[in-house]
Design a protein around this ligand. Structure first.
Ligand code: G1P
Length: 198
């Protein structure tokens, strides 16, 4: 944090209408200066920064966008973007030919969901500018990424670190308990409380 203002500058942009994740990312078009950039959805918490590091190097190596992936039971896919792999996983990297936002389990092209980490190339802003409302009536980032994936290199990297999705009530509770237990200040008292619950 001390580096902000010295080594870093921070630009803040506001999305003044709730038109969807694609629209939100598009609002940053004016401050992303020509380089690949990361999108981190803050309702997903990762236990370590290694996933984003790996995604960044895959983007450098391939020149295409990269999403963070997790394999989930089929019943869970309809809450997420889901990728269509075009080949086998190689050392945790999966080639992606398409993506679909919140499919019914029967329509899902795989059991690999997009977790809230993206390393994207700037041409995504042109795709976002051309979006029409998609799933839920929103301008979906997933729809812009599907166009990129069908036109050029696009990959996913399987997440191998702990991950909590606080965007649903159970995930929120699990994150509070798991991370609370790891905290040196509140961990012991929380563990004691949980033991007392039986
Ligand atoms: C968003 C994305 C979805 C992605 C998810 C990850 O959905 O649209 O593709 O899988 O984040 O958390 P939201 O959580 O906003 O419904």
């Amino acid at each position: 944090m001390e580096a902000i203002g010295r080594d870093w500058t921070v630009d803040v942009v506001f999305q003044d209408r709730p038109l969807g994740l694609g629209h939100a990312v598009g609002c940053a078009a004016g401050v992303v200066r020509g380089e690949a950039f990361a999108v981190l959805l803050p309702d997903e918490i990762m236990g370590a920064p290694t996933l984003l590091d790996r995604m960044t190097s895959v983007c450098r190596d391939t020149g295409g966008g990269v999403v963070g992936l997790l394999r989930v039971p089929p019943a869970e896919v309809s809450a997420y973007g889901v990728i269509e792999p075009t080949g086998p996983e190689d050392d945790g990297v999966v080639p992606v030919g398409g993506l679909i936002e919140k499919p019914a389990p029967a329509d899902a092209p795989s059991d690999l969901i997009v977790i809230g980490r993206y390393v994207l190339t700037v041409d995504v802003f042109d795709r976002i500018a051309g979006l029409s409302p998609g799933a839920g009536g929103e301008l979906q980032l997933t729809d812009a990424l599907r166009e990129q994936a069908s036109d050029g290199p696009f990959h996913g990297v399987l997440c191998e670190v702990d991950r909590w999705d606080t965007g649903n009530p159970l995930g929120f509770a699990l994150a509070a308990v798991d991370l609370g237990l790891r905290d040196p200040v509140i961990g012991p008292a929380l563990a004691e409380h949980l033991r007392a619950l039986g």
